[in-house]
Design a protein around this ligand. Sequence first.
Ligand code: PLP
Ligand code: TYF
Length: 398
Amino acid sequence: TWSAVPAGPPDPILGVTEAFKADTDQRKINLGVGAYRDDAGKPYVLPSVKRAEQILSSSVLDKEYLPITGLPEFTKNAAKLAYGGESKPLVSNSIAVTQSISGTGALRIGGAFLARFYPHTKVIYLPVPSWGNHTPIFRDSGLEVKGYRYFDKKTVGLDFAGLKEDLQNAPEQSIVLLHACAHNPTGIDPTPEQWKEISDIVKDKKLFPFFDMAYQGFASGSTGRDAFAVRHFVSQGHQIALAQSFAKNMGLYGERVGAFSLITADPEEKARVDSQLKIVIRPMYSNPPLHGARIANTILSSQELYSQWEGEVKGMADRIISMRDKLYDTLVGLNTPGEWGHIKSQIGIFTGLTQPQTKALAERAHIYMTSDGRISMAGLNAKNIEYFAESVSKAVKG
Ligand code: PLP
Ligand code: TYF
């Protein structure tokens, strides 16, 4: 029956982990997947998450199905975290929000909703480059994917002129995907001033902004500061779509906790949109998982746990920043040819090396990263950073 099914390529990110696992060298380092590791290189379960789980396990809770759009307290609190408690559309009950299977599921619900109901176009513009899963998610949702310029190889920074030109030249009312903070894979974000200009172009051209916020808190260490772009757009009257993930900022990766929201004109429109979100979701997976949403909601709804969690997010962000400083200092200290300032100026988990270095590193030094040269800074720690820096230095010197 399946004789005509061709073998597909492995996932470019998760495939790196497979190669890493197969390597028996003691010094091996996995900088492929963007998952946080503590300073001992181990997966990190946040203490606030452990406390929330203790609270949940001592409560009498059933395992009944959630509603199609998830745990209502969780979605309310997730929206508050993203938009801020004072957000006008939030206060006026004009935000349609549903729980999702983490950020990926939120993007997929959004893609499917837009493909079905956005009246103006089926084209979505992604930054070049973008997270590798964006293109398949939106394509499988029924949208057509195009790109806008984002990364400037020459400056290892934002191609702001190219970005503006491409958005200005896009047909009016096109859909534009924006990484809210900690851009994956480049680690380069627009400045607040640049976000304001982007917001103006989006308004001028009547573009539809779809924000992907997978790293709220990871860029600056503050969830409020990292929501700047989202909140600025909303304050300017944009009716945005937003995909949120709690995988990274709560370390809830495998629990699959996320939210998708759409700003609508008023509560009556919100109710109609809500009803159609349910119709999109119901045949996909009926209703979302319970446990992770309970954990996230326990943290978001307790003042004490919330402040503890904010401290833990900052701790993760700060550890990554300290690794950036250490890597920069060590590379420069070893007189490594080239300009390494971007390691310190980039934001969030990821930093880019170049492709020939990637290959040399994997082959000679047992260091694994994606083939575009992206490294996950979270995989570096006090024990392996010098070996890593020395290996990069050697690879660059040739
Ligand atoms: N969006 C971006 C930019 C990401 O980097 C990721 C994961 O790394 C996601 C969305 C979705 O992740 P998840 O489905 O685990 O929340
Ligand atoms: O960019 C990353 O490393 C994360 C991890 O199907 C990831 O997105 C990779 C593949 C995937 C889900 C998460």
